[in-house]
Ligand binder design. Structure first.
Ligand code: FE2
Length: 508
């Protein structure tokens, strides 16, 4: 009898860990899914990564995106080869065209105020008292890159003048080249012309490895924590899940796959870069995430908590992105207002987990605070969600389209085969700057990785909302997005991307 009792007791004890407190809520992957962890490449300097991925997500990505990469290698290579075979020399770059290319779109993100060392470097090259606004574009991190034999990189700092804070045109006044910061002016002939290619090279690498990673990778943490901690019936889950598809596997492929466009060898057809991933390219990632002290061009990554903190350039490109933010914020505010108080506990925990990994993400105290603090947490949640959804859709899609189509492939200068000038007196042979193979890889990478390749569109998103209030909020959201798209011209803002072309998630 005693032994039978013991066996029954053991059965209960054996089940205690597994079956005690059975969950009444449904969770994706039974709450055993993806979760953030430190980057295996740069754990102290880059965003956390999500390394262990559900097979369902890998299969989904492989079917919709991985197969396309394989197809594009074959289908796009002939066109890239045709264009490369016709390549003779990099184009001459006119000063006004250069200024326009640097400031009309995505590259205007690099406009930064001058720091004291820049003021000293460019002393004599400008008049700081003439009432104009002066900016720099600083591509210091490329100095850490160790290029393949026969290729060259150089840090540059470019000085730009803008007649007023809202003037549409800029003027490129000077370029400081190399670690020694040799200052070149437009009157410096071939040395000046040559320096401009290195500025464009800096723009390309800084776009792909400094600016764009912050659009992608911090959101992997939110993606994984949402899947791992929010019940599938929860309004927060319903709101986010259409915008989380493909991204974890894509980002993992970019950062960890041996067939990534950022490669450790030169064996892929499509890697257009000038160095292996471990030969300094990570310095760009770290400059963008960890920041560079005392350099205003490289602040540490910060999750925006107010409109002033949205990463927007002071140009029409920034105005375009900014115009789309309000519909997202109105939508997330309406959605958050419908979350029941007892369901907000999940949001509080969700934010706490995220903040473990993204330290500037807001905490959302709710269960043990007064009504005013609860309201404040709802406001912070709505803002954080608006930032995220706006980033994953409008910002990410537009950045890709602008990089791929507004800046010609011949202006990317991923590989330059002539050293940067060290002062006035250099000579320029534009035929020697790049080879046909460099252009082939660059054209192919544009088709495969840089140009938008949308699988699911923002305008097609269905949220699976179950109440009329939420469905009405969704409809109002899309009406407001349409109004922004239609109203850009009236505000004098270029339509950098059509709303109908924007993707629902980070999927390229
Ligand atoms: Fe991307």
């Amino acid at each position: 009898m005693a032994s039978a009792f013991g066996i029954i007791a053991l059965m209960f004890l054996g089940n205690a860990g597994r079956r005690g407190n059975p969950q009444s809520k449904q969770f994706l992957y039974q709450r055993k899914g993806p979760w953030p962890q430190p980057s295996p490449t740069e754990p102290l300097g880059t965003a956390p990564e999500v390394l262990h991925l559900p097979w369902q997500e890998k299969l989904d990505w492989q079917w919709h995106i991985g197969l396309r990469y394989m197809r594009d290698v074959f289908l796009c290579s002939p066109a890239a080869a045709f264009r490369a075979l016709r390549f003779r020399e990099l184009p001459a770059i006119d000063d006004a065209a250069m200024a326009d290319g640097l400031t009309r779109g995505l590259y205007s993100r690099f406009l930064a105020p001058l720091d004291p060392p820049d003021v000293a470097t460019f002393a004599g090259a400008y008049d700081p008292t003439d009432g104009a606004v002066y900016y720099k574009m600083d591509f210091a991190p490329i100095g850490e890159v160790k290029p393949y034999d026969g290729m060259y990189v150089s840090p540059t700092v470019t000085l730009l003048r803008r007649a007023s804070p809202t003037a549409e045109t800029f003027e490129v006044l000077a370029i400081a080249v190399g670690a020694a910061r040799a200052v070149l002016r437009p009157t410096d002939g071939d040395a000046w012309q040559l320096a401009k290619y290195f500025v464009l090279q800096g723009c390309s690498y800084a776009t792909l490895f400094t600016e764009h990673p912050n659009v992608h990778f911090p959101y992997d943490t939110i993606n994984a924590v949402t899947k791992g901690s929010i019940p599938t019936h929860h309004v927060l889950f319903r709101l986010l899940i259409p915008h989380l598809r493909f991204s974890l596997v894509l980002d993992n492929a970019v950062l960890q796959s041996s067939s990534s466009v950022i490669s450790e060898s030169r064996r892929t057809l499509y890697d257009p870069f000038t160095a292996a991933a471990s030969a300094g390219l990570m310095s760009f990632f770290m400059a963008g995430y960890k920041g560079i002290p005392d350099n205003s061009a490289y602040p540490a990554y910060q999750y925006p908590s107010s409109r002033d903190e949205l990463p927007l350039p002071p140009t029409k490109y920034g105005a375009f992105l900014r115009a789309y933010f309000e519909p997202f914020h109105a939508f997330t505010t309406a959605v958050v207002a419908t979350i029941e108080d007892d369901e907000m506990g999940y949001c509080e925990e969700w934010a706490r987990w995220i903040q473990t990994w993204i330290e500037t993400f807001p905490l959302l105290p709710f269960r043990h605070v007064d009504a005013a603090e609860r309201e404040r947490s709802r406001e912070k949640l709505a803002f954080a969600l608006a930032v995220m959804l706006w980033d994953l859709t409008v910002v990410h899609s537009t950045d890709h389209l602008n990089f791929a189509t507004d800046i010609p492939v011949e202006w990317k200068c991923f590989r330059l085969r002539v050293p940067a000038p060290t002062g006035p007196g250099a000579t320029l042979d534009r035929r020697a700057l790049s080879k046909k193979v460099d252009l082939f890889k660059s054209h192919l990478a544009h088709r495969m990785f840089f140009a938008p390749t949308t699988v699911t569109r923002l305008v097609d998103v269905k949220y699976g909302f179950e109440t009329n209030a939420l469905r009405a909020a969704r409809n109002a959201f899309f009406e407001q997005l349409r109004a922004v798209d239609a109203g850009l011209a009236g505000q004098g803002i270029p339509r950098f991307m059509a709303l109908d072309e924007m993707a629902a998630s980070i999927q390229y």
